[in-house]
Design a binder for this molecule. Structure first.
Ligand code: ZN
Length: 259
């Protein structure tokens, strides 16, 4: 089974930036033309609403799955709102986007509560960890992951984009607990052809394919093209068929509990 565990659509086709088509129609066309068996859409409340991604998922029942998200501006109500969401909807995990949702390390107590609720529902938490744009050098998303791992031991946490440029920091962190995983989306596309490419495949090898989930971060990359390029790169770095079975499906099946 080939699973893309990280993709986005947006109610506004230009909502993810002027260079990308985030429309539902473009996504469904790309999905139908791809070899993917499953794709997981990530909402980011209130920027990309949960209800919206579930409406999109209903267009390809069983093939499109969804994370959950909660509006962080709800304050103390966010934990309760997520608990209700996890009871009502078949979500595969909790998505946190510190930069877009205004989540900081100062919020760690409430965040840890949220992650413990997700864990109680047997759901992993994915944290966006790609420093980007204004304030990028003050990005503290990996520090948030570290604090969450300490405050909610045993909870499954996924470091999105392998930590971005901070891949080696992310690797040190991920190696502190078997319940921390790497999401492989986007980063290879950004650093392909640079010396960072070596770090990407070194880190996958060190952490192990059974801790790594393939994703594209569509529409930032192409559903089929990124998959093909990633497979070729894994081949050239000596990853076996069994390694790739984990990366492209089995890890996501286990961590996101996809039947
Ligand atoms: Zn993303």
């Amino acid at each position: 089974m080939i699973i893309d565990s990280h993709a986005h659509v947006h109610p506004d086709p230009g909502g993810l930036g002027p260079k990308q088509d985030a429309s539902v129609d473009a996504f469904l066309t790309a999905l139908d033309a791809s070899p993917l068996d499953r794709v997981v859409l990530l909402p980011i409340e209130p920027f990309i609403p949960v209800d919206f991604v579930f409406d999109v998922a209903a267009r390809r029942p069983g093939k499109i799955l969804c994370y959950g998200s909660v509006d962080w501006r709800l304050g103390a109500g966010a934990v309760e709102a997520f608990d209700a969401l996890a009871s009502e909807r078949p979500i595969r995990g909790l998505k946190l986007h510190p930069r877009r949702q205004g989540i900081t390390l100062a919020d760690i107590d409430r965040l840890a509560e949220l992650v413990r609720v997700a864990h109680r529902h047997e759901l992993p938490t994915l944290v966006d960890c790609f420093p980007y744009g204004k304030g990028a050098l003050r990005d503290e998303s990996l520090e948030i992951v570290e604090a969450l791992a300490e405050a909610a031991p045993g909870a499954h946490i996924i470091i999105a984009h392998m930590g971005g440029i901070r891949i080696l920091d992310a690797l040190i962190l991920a190696r502190t607990s078997y319940t921390i995983h790497f999401d492989l989306s986007l980063t290879f596309d950004v650093y392909r052809g640079s010396h960072i490419e070596q770090d990407i495949f070194y880190a996958i090898r060190r952490l192990g394919p059974s801790r790594c989930l393939y994703g594209s971060d569509y529409p930032d990359t192409d559903l089929t093209g990124y998959l093909k390029g990633f497979r070729e790169a894994l081949d050239s770095h000596g990853f076996t068929g069994e390694d790739q079975d984990w990366i492209f499906g089995k890890t996501a099946q286990e961590v996101l509990r996809i039947p």
